[in-house]
Design a protein around this ligand. Structure first.
Ligand code: TYD
Length: 215
């Protein structure tokens, strides 16, 4: 079993049902004696949580939106993710950069090259060896048809800026995730989220176990 730091992110359109599975994985890692850092994006630090509130509720143009989410990510990486990985913890992050490519890139149609540039600027870690791009070691993508996600979300709470978008927006977001998966087939594991909670749970655990990260 792995004992060094692990970085796992969780992705999917709004309503795909990530949360319960993230909590279950955290419990399983803790039961194995691992320290778990449970965090989210945008957010995870006092500054990034302030940026999250602005990001989710204030109208703004595409570049401002991209800059804000990457600013939050930079602070989160420096203050929380890098230190936790250095301590050998399991970092479970509810969304990371794939969400930016899916929502800002796919959903909003924002320039993917600019996003790639920002990704490299923000996520390059300069240590003793060659600089490396900090990315999750594994990303679990909960794939759910937008119509079903919309039914699940209907009436559940007051929607934020993204949740209030039409189904067409989420079709583009889903296409954005699919494109990221094509480009990163080793890192991103797709899970069919249109199953019972128990079946999805089994797929999530099987994916993590297949990496020999969980007994
Ligand atoms: P979400 O993670 O779904 O949290 P909650 O379950 O509390 O609603 O909400 C975050 C929203 O932010 C979601 O609609 C996706 C969006 N988002 C982006 O547009 N770009 C990003 O880079 C990230 C991380 C999130």
């Amino acid at each position: 079993m792995a004992t060094s730091g692990l970085f796992i992110s969780f992705e999917g359109i709004d309503g795909a049902g990530k949360s319960t599975h993230i909590d279950a994985l955290a419990a399983a890692f803790r039961a194995q004696g691992r320290a778990v850092c449970l965090t989210r994006e945008p957010g995870g630090t006092p500054l990034a949580e302030k940026l999250r509130t602005i990001f989710l509720h204030d109208p703004m143009d595409g570049l401002t939106e991209a800059l804000l989410v990457f600013a939050a990510r930079r602070d989160h990486l420096q203050q929380v993710i890098e230190p936790a990985l250095a301590r050998g913890e399991v970092v479970l992050c509810d969304r990371f950069t794939d969400a930016t490519f899916a929502y800002q890139g796919g959903g909003r149609g924002f320039d993917l090259q600019v996003l790639s540039y920002l990704e490299h600027e923000v996520q390059t870690v300069k240590g003793q060896g060659a600089p490396l791009l900090r990315e999750p070691g594994l990303t679990i993508w909960f794939d759910l048809p937008p119509e079903i996600a919309a039914q699940r979300l209907a009436g559940s709470r007051v929607p934020d800026k993204f949740e209030a978008q039409p189904a067409e927006f989420f079709r583009r977001v889903a296409a954005g995730y699919a494109q990221r998966m094509q480009q990163n087939p080793q890192r991103i594991a797709r899970i069919d989220a249109d199953q019972t909670v128990e079946q999805v749970r089994q797929d999530v655990f099987a994916t993590v176990r297949s990496r020999e990260w969980l007994a």
